[in-house]
Ligand binder design. Structure first.
Ligand code: SF4
Length: 913
């Protein structure tokens, strides 16, 4: 017998709190209540809520628990997309969205009813596994378990285990190398016409680009010099299809794979969706187009099994069950930006979600019972046979640099303006407590409290070590040597001045130096200081730590050599599984030895000559006053050097494209930012202007009378602008503290006017989901920092105003100071700011019909930087009142025509300060 419905529901926003009673007639039972009453009611009886952490935050009662609809949705429809709001959930379930905040409370009840009714629907597609999972959830005290259990029929004959329901991948022979074929530019254009079905005249820039990109696929002319094309294609050209057209032709003619690489997950998703134009049949599409990401994005089935079998407790165990439900229906097991709802991990305050991925590189490969069903291995194998692999810059670079897989021969880098940053992270070296303890764990396994079935290298190679004496000796020596690295509790020991072992002793010295020399840039956050003029103690501790690291390099090298010998002259007992496990260990050893070599080189420099290619510094990483890591950092002064040497040079054909590839500068700037400057042959250049009439569609307003360093004035300006635009505003900040200060002052006021305000670093929701909510509600506004400047693709009405609080100057870090000095001083800063302004402006107009205003709340905006904006855009310096009037005018007319005198225009900038 099912429990009676409806249940009481609680809806809380910045505008108010509403409760819908359990028993009243629809609508009649809705009451607006105060915080105190809402907390008391929720503590007394579990209420239906949507996003309990968010509701808890609104009530000022973080312990709030209730019947969270998001958890129920994730259980009933795993791997299905829904915007996590009352309106979004209603739409996802075919219900009428609520018309007001007050009506959201009964809407939550209707959503609950619809979801629970699904459980008895014979056509429910995600039934398999639900009964078993609910049994486990009931034992964990999951709030919904009883209501679900009462409606879920026990399946006849039991259910298959999750792990046996997942498909297995098949091993196949290596694909032959691609044939040397060229793509005729006119064939590329024909293919494009076929994909777009559009008239060619209307898409001149796109057709020209398809023809130009064909050159990338010609056979390579000279060693270490690929056919490299730099293409700046303005927003709206349709560059995705312009490069996919020649790429798909080449892939099928040459029998090769083209890697398309992006920086943001949003573009990766968009590209995956474009695949439908190339291959209409979903099965063929799945075979020919494969999405790849770094290992740390995917669910590790071994970790999941551990979690399901008791390694996780409390709320984390509930999350593991919901992730288990999802795993059975997921397209590819991608937990970060794939089909796992981005909001799911944040309901559990991140507990456990990261522990389910393979973040630490602890994979045991063929030693894993789920190896043949592993999502990571499946994606890797599928990509070998695919026409197109959609990856990200980091993965392409790591694979090429570490030679982990067969290196891609044709690479199309979209969002090419991020190549510099991606290379900067990929080729960075960090030697600190966190990294060192990971190395130790990889070799000896988890110490102290048991952490599931993870094993260190020693346990994984036990059979080889007992068979081959030399391997055994090398392994023992490595275990002995790695004990010189930090162990659990190292951070506390550093704080207490009681480091243990040579590496902790060095880190204690690093920490002392940082605290002595650095200036706190933001109270409670990271501290750093240049690695220059080290004192005697730091030099001697470095020498001792270096010796300890060298003591580890030797046995690891000996072990790798012996393992290779064992594979060559394999004993009878070494079956295919054991062989693959040994191969996995050799790969892991190669990677760790490279890491160790980087650390040794870094420590060797302390007290010696600085290497002009690198920037080195010492840092204490802190968040809100809590120390997370102490480390020595090394970055390339110009990371495009290793990018050119390890990734671009060895490829046969490379495209780097972006709407802002030159970042507001000349082609030299694009060459410097992509690595083209380090190749022997010049890169080809292509340019197509955006088809948008930016002058008609947009304008830039620089507000002259908002006082800097006055949070109240800044907040007032934001509120008035958002009210004038009636929402649809993206607010960009250069500091989290100012973002929070503005949000706390205006969120309630705006909400009462029916204008919801979302904020990164405030709302307990991931950035991707915040953008989904923003896109879904044209009256919503969103405040955020760096990531939103570039990763937001919100075409249409939902985004009509961008407000930047300050000129986005680079943060004055050690690394920035070095690059600034090498890059021409203030000219370098100007290039960085122009690129950032161009990226931020790029959020505003995404398609021909879009209209919008870009506001900068800083009179200090130098006119020389205004060249960042597209030609023809009206740029005016105005007081706030006038800016508000212009925004209102834009909204009332839908077309920006400008109501006053333009003070500066992009093609004729005039300084009017
Ligand atoms: S093969 Fe590795 S990543 Fe895959 S499930 Fe097993 S341990 Fe996890």
């Amino acid at each position: 017998m099912a429990d009676p419905l409806p249940l009481p529901a609680l809806h809380a926003t910045h505008a108010g709190i509403w409760i819908a009673a359990a028993d009243g007639p629809e609508g009649a039972g809705i009451r607006e209540v105060g915080r105190g009453e809402a907390i008391a009611r929720a503590a007394e009886t579990p209420h239906v809520v949507l996003n309990a952490p968010l509701v808890g935050q609104r009530l000022g009662y973080p312990e709030l628990s209730g019947l969270d609809l998001l958890e129920l949705f994730a259980f009933i429809h795993p791997a299905r997309f829904a915007v996590p709001t009352a309106a979004g959930m209603s739409r996802a379930l075919g219900l009428e969205p609520p018309a007001s905040e007050a009506e959201s409370a009964p809407a939550l009840q209707r959503i609950a009813e619809r979801l629970l009714a699904t459980l008895s629907d014979p056509d429910w597609a995600e039934r398999e596994g639900a009964w078993t999972s609910n049994q486990s959830l009931a034992r964990m005290g999951w709030g919904w378990a009883q209501l679900v259990g009462a409606r879920l029929a026990r399946p006849d004959g039991g259910e298959r285990m999750l792990f046996s329901r997942l498909p297995q991948w098949e091993e196949s022979a290596d694909r032959p190398p691609p044939r040397a074929v060229s793509i005729d530019p006119s064939d590329a254009q024909d293919k494009l016409d076929q994909l777009t079905g559009a008239h060619s005249e209307a898409r001149g820039g796109q057709r020209a680009m398809a023809a130009a990109v064909a050159s990338v696929f010609a056979p390579k002319r000279q060693k270490d010099c690929p056919n490299l094309l730099l293409a700046e294609a303005g927003t709206g050209i349709g560059k995705t299809l312009a490069y996919l057209a020649p790429a798909s032709l080449w892939a099928s003619a040459a029998g090769g794979t083209v890697w398309v690489s992006t920086f943001t997950k949003a573009l990766q998703r968009q590209l995956d969706a474009e695949g439908a134009r190339l291959f209409a049949d979903p099965q063929e599409r799945a075979r020919r187009i494969v999405v790849r990401k770094g290992r740390e994005n995917y669910l590790c089935l071994l970790n999941l099994e551990d979690a399901l079998q008791g390694a996780f407790a409390g709320r984390a165990a509930v999350l593991a069950q919901l992730v288990g439900r999802w795993a059975a229906y997921s397209k590819d097991g991608d937990m970060v930006g794939g089909d796992l709802p981005g909001w799911l991990p944040s309901l559990f305050r991140r507990a456990g979600a990261t522990a389910l991925t393979d973040r630490r590189g602890e994979c045991v490969y063929a030693g894993c019972p789920h190896y043949r069903r592993c999502f990571i291995e499946r994606a890797e194998r599928a990509s070998r046979e695919a026409d197109l692999v959609i990856a990200n810059h980091a993965l392409v670079m790591v694979n090429a640099a570490r030679a982990r897989e067969r290196a891609p021969t044709r690479i199309l880098f979209d969002e090419g303006h991020h190549l510099f940053d991606a290379a900067d992270s990929t080729f960075a070296i960090t030697f600190g407590g966190q990294e060192a303890i990971e190395m130790r764990r990889w070799i000896v396994g988890p110490e102290g409290r048991s952490r599931g079935r993870r094993r260190g290298l020693a346990a994984r190679l036990m059979d080889v070590a007992s068979y081959d004496e030399e391997s055994g000796r090398a392994l023992e020596a490595a275990i002995e040597a790695v004990r010189a690295l930090p162990s659990d509790g190292w951070g506390q020991r550093l704080v207490e001045g009681a480091p243990f072992g040579p590496v902790e002793a060095l880190l204690a010295e690093v920490r002392g130096t940082v605290y002595a020399r650095s200036k706190a840039q933001e109270a409670g956050y990271g501290l750093e200081t240049e690695l220059a003029e080290p004192d005697g103690a730091l030099v001697s501790r470095s020498a001792e730590a270096m010796q300890a690291l060298e003591g580890l390099v030797k046995p690891l090298a000996a072990l790798a050599r012996r393992l290779e010998a064992v594979l060559e002259d394999a004993p009878d007992w070494l079956d295919a599984q054991a062989r693959a496990r040994v191969e996995g260990a050799i790969n892991g050893l190669t990677w760790r030895r490279e890491t160790l070599a980087g650390w040794v080189a870094l420590l060797g420099r302390i007290g010696g000559e600085a290497d002009p290619d690198f920037v080195d510094w010492l840092a204490v990483e802190r968040v809100e006053g809590r120390e997370l890591d102490v480390a020595i950092h090394r970055r390339w002064l110009d990371p495009t050097k290793p990018l050119a040497a390890a990734v671009i040079g060895p490829a046969d054909g490379v495209l780097a494209t972006s709407a802002t590839l030159r970042g507001g500068g000349g082609w030299e700037s694009a060459e410097a930012r992509t690595g083209a400057a380090h190749l022997a042959l010049p890169a080809g250049r292509f340019e197509a202007e955006s088809p948008f009439d930016y002058g008609q569609a947009s304008e830039v307003l620089i507000v002259t009378d908002v006082r800097q360093n006055d949070p109240a004035a800044l907040a007032g300006a934001y509120a008035r602008l958002i009210e004038a635009a009636e929402g649809g505003t993206l607010g960009l900040f250069t500091a989290i503290q100012r973002l929070r200060a503005v949000h706390s002052r205006i969120a309630d006021r705006l909400a009462r006017a029916g204008l919801p305000l979302l904020a990164q670093h405030v709302d307990p929701i991931d950035a991707g989901t915040l953008v989904d909510i923003f896109r879904d509600d044209p009256r919503a506004s969103l405040l955020g920092t760096d990531a939103l400047r570039d990763g937001v693709d919100v075409p249409g009405e939902s985004l009509r105003l961008v407000v930047m609080e300050r000129v986005p100057w680079p943060r004055p870090t050690v690394l920035h100071a070095a690059r600034r000095m090498a890059g021409g001083g203030s000219g370098y800063d100007d290039r960085v700011v122009r690129a950032r302004l161009a990226q931020a402006f790029g959020r505003l107009i995404r398609r021909t019909s879009d209209r919008g205003v870009f506001v900068i709340l800083s009179a200090a905006m130098p006119s020389r930087l205004l060249s960042a904006f597209p030609a023809g855009v009206r740029i005016s310096r105005v007081p706030l009142d006038q800016a508000i009037a212009r925004v209102e005018e834009m909204l009332s007319r839908s077309v920006v025509q400008g109501g006053g005198e333009p003070i500066a225009k992009r093609d004729q900038p005039v300084d009017v300060d």
